[in-house]
Design a protein around this ligand. Structure first.
Ligand SMILES: NC(=O)C1=CN([C@@H]2O[C@H](COP(=O)(O)OP(=O)(O)OC[C@H]3O[C@@H](n4cnc5c(N)ncnc54)[C@H](OP(=O)(O)O)[C@@H]3O)[C@@H](O)[C@H]2O)C=CC1
Ligand SMILES: C[C@H]1O[C@H](OP(=O)(O)OP(=O)(O)OC[C@H]2O[C@@H](n3cnc4c(=O)[nH]c(N)nc43)[C@H](O)[C@@H]2O)[C@@H](O)[C@@H](O)C1=O
Length: 312
């Protein structure tokens, strides 16, 4: 990527898209094109085709998607499949038609089979059944990977894919139903502390294991791959370390300074028992994360305190 290249970041107001824009600006890339979903609905094939024909971006980061935690994925199953298939298909096809030099598609660790061996190697894709709560989203993300591979093999497009682990950071979704676990617990513990509540309700059994990466690290990895990586094989992005949900809850409780009890609601689903990424491909390419989980939670809580009125 040259500094003057035109770069389209799809989903620039989201947690990942906004982190990618911050990283690009800090790295000297200034020619960044963005559209909100109300300016350009990426599910609309004609609108996306017109946008690419007008703007002619050189590079595309595909960070727009219908995204949510375990509850939202399980309830809005049609939207998670339909919206994500359309967004990916429209952008990837228009990128091909308009000779985009390179595109990075973002998938997710939920593409892997529910009971896959751990840590999750990229080769385990399509080797078993998916987790039921997010099967529609995972199917859409697998379709995105396959679109990139197909446009590369049929048309020679330099379209690459990256699979991030569970993420957190500035501009995360703090809605208590729709969000992922880490922002949900920051909000729950903060509100319980502020209201003097005796306990916080946490979903599931506390035994599932998850790996968490700060969004600024993810953005750095995405820009690194865009600058250096040109292969068909997709790349896991994570820390290579995980914790149980119980350990995560204890860390957040301590950071927030809540002194009450944790109550586990086992009527809520646990989801996948474990999703630990094998990050050896990424490490061999020369990239490693910087923010450890304790520090990441602390800076994210500070960000939550500064922006509570926007987030809640
Ligand atoms: N969050 C996580 O833990 C993980 C995320 N990922 C992936 O990273 C990517 C970004 O996720 P994240 O930043 O967390 O998600 P967010 O929900 O924070 O942001 C998603 C963005 O997508 C845009 N968008 C959604 N639907 C449309 C549409 N129909 N037309 C145009 N734009 C649309 C939204 O734009 P607007 O604001 O303008 O409405 C929004 O800014 C996704 O591909 C996701 O699957 C992967 C693994 C984990
Ligand atoms: C990134 C990833 O995100 C989703 O998968 P997930 O990892 O299961 O997501 P989650 O963060 O929502 O939950 C993680 C764990 O935490 C538990 N948990 C406890 N208490 C709360 C709670 O208050 N909220 C939430 N959301 N979860 C809670 C919850 O029960 C589960 O055991 C995918 O659908 C898919 O979209 C995807 O790719």
């Amino acid at each position: 990527m040259r500094k003057q290249d035109k770069i389209y970041v799809a989903g620039h107001r989201g947690m990942v898209g906004s982190a990618i824009v911050r990283n690009l600006r800090n790295s000297g890339y200034q020619n960044i094109v963005t559209r909100t979903s109300s300016e350009l609905d990426l599910r609309n094939q004609t609108a996306v085709a017109d946008f690419f024909a007008d703007e002619q971006p050189n590079y595309v980061f595909l960070a727009a998607a219908k995204v949510g935690g375990i509850w939202a994925n399980n309830v809005y199953r049609a939207e998670f499949l339909y919206d994500n298939l359309l967004i990916e298909a429209n952008i990837i096809h228009s990128a091909y038609k308009n000779k985009v030099e390179k595109l990075l598609f973002l998938g997710s660790s939920c593409i892997y089979p529910k009971m896959a061996p751990q840590p999750l190697k990229e080769d385990y894709l399509l080797s078993g059944y998916l987790e039921a709560t997010n099967e529609p989203y995972a199917i859409a993300k697998i379709a995105g990977i396959k679109l990139c591979e197909a446009y590369r093999s049929q048309y020679g497009c330099n379209f690459i894919s990256a699979m991030p682990t569970n993420l957190y950071g500035p501009n995360d979704n703090y809605d208590l139903q729709g969000s992922h676990v880490l922002p949900a617990l920051i909000r729950k513990f903060h509100e319980a502390k502020s209201n003097g509540s005796a306990f916080v309700e946490i979903w599931g059994s506390g035994s599932p294991r998850r790996e968490f990466l700060h969004a600024d690290d993810l953005a750095d990895a995405c820009v690194f791959l865009m600058e250096t990586y040109n292969e068909k094989l997709f790349v896991n992005i994570g820390t290579g370390e995980d914790v149980t949900i119980r350990e995560l809850a204890e860390l957040i409780k301590e950071t927030v300074g809540f002194e009450g009890e944790l109550r586990w609601n086992t009527d809520k689903p646990d989801g996948t028992p474990r999703k630990l990424m094998d990050v050896s491909r990424l490490h061999n390419l020369g990239w490693q994360h910087r923010t450890d989980l304790k520090k990441g939670i602390s800076i994210t809580y500070q960000d939550f305190l500064r922006n509570q009125e926007v987030y809640v």
